[in-house]
Design a protein around this ligand. Structure first.
Ligand SMILES: O=C[C@H](O)COP(=O)(O)O
Length: 253
């Protein structure tokens, strides 16, 4: 954790579930959130088509809803895309951008992620920009330089002032049950803090830096206690309300 930064525990539901299941999961998170929202912010990111169902189930509780992508364009002839203003209209406060699955599945580049991030900020959304190295890049000793380059290319000017969030997700740790060592997470987050403060000045000192990749209740406390780890971006475990809330409860009180 970083002193004076309120942690964020974010759930990325990816491409799972029906609208009914999304509503049930959101309701279960809402019902159990009272014990943890005193110490951290909660965010759930359903698939586009379930955003309304999740938002309706969460209602007034202090749990934010986000999306998993947005268009770099505010409107227009872009079949299949969803704009940032549409997400605001649907009740979103955040949007995940540049997730490694989008970089892999859709060939998203740093420049495209940056354009989407600019669009999100212009619409009033808080972007959660994902970065992370492949296993081959880590084995080659390139992890920090890869992430630094992704940050330089993906984050627009004004990112920190807009309270943008960075999520470090080593690609090889996503959905695998494997995590970096605590020393490696600590080192990467220190490097990311140096990068954002170098780029954005004092505002970068309060940028929330999340860790993601096989976070679960059993490892959350150790990871969340590390310096400059200001929360978690949770995939698989966020699909089980009890596990997601247990991860949030692992934030030091
Ligand atoms: O966005 C979330 C990450 O891809 C982590 O997924 P995971 O917790 O299933 O490893």
């Amino acid at each position: 954790m970083t002193p004076d930064i309120r942690p964020l525990i974010a759930g990325n539901w990816k491409m799972h579930g029906t609208a009914r299941e999304a509503a049930q999961l959101a309701e279960a998170v809402r019902a159990g959130a009272g014990a943890v929202t005193a110490r951290c912010d909660l965010l759930v990111c359903p698939p586009f088509v379930h955003i309304h169902a999740a938002s309706a189930a969460i209602a007034w509780q202090p749990i934010a809803v986000g999306a998993q992508d947005c268009s770099p364009h505010a409107k227009g002839a872009h079949t299949g895309d969803v704009s940032a203003p549409m997400l605001v209209d649907a009740g979103c406060a955040y949007v995940i951008l540049g997730h490694s699955e989008r970089r892999a599945d859709h060939g998203e580049t740093d420049a495209q992620v940056r354009a989407k991030t600019e669009a999100a900020i212009a619409a009033g959304l808080i972007p959660v920009v994902c970065v992370g190295e492949s296993e081959a890049q880590r084995d080659a000793g390139e992890a920090e330089s890869v992430v630094a380059a992704q940050l330089a290319g993906s984050l627009p000017d004004g990112f920190a002032a807009a309270k943008g969030v960075v999520a470090y997700e080593p690609v090889w740790a996503i959905g695998t049950g494997r995590t970096p060592t605590e020393a490696d997470i600590r080192a990467m987050h220190a490097r990311m803090r140096a990068e954002v403060t170098g780029r954005f000045g004092p505002a970068g000192g309060t940028t929330r830096l999340l860790y993601g990749g096989s976070v679960k209740p059993s490892n959350a406390a150790a990871i969340l206690a590390l310096p400059d780890v200001d929360g978690a971006l949770v995939g698989g475990a966020s699909l089980v309300a009890g596990d997601f809330l247990a991860i949030a409860a692992a934030v030091a009180g």
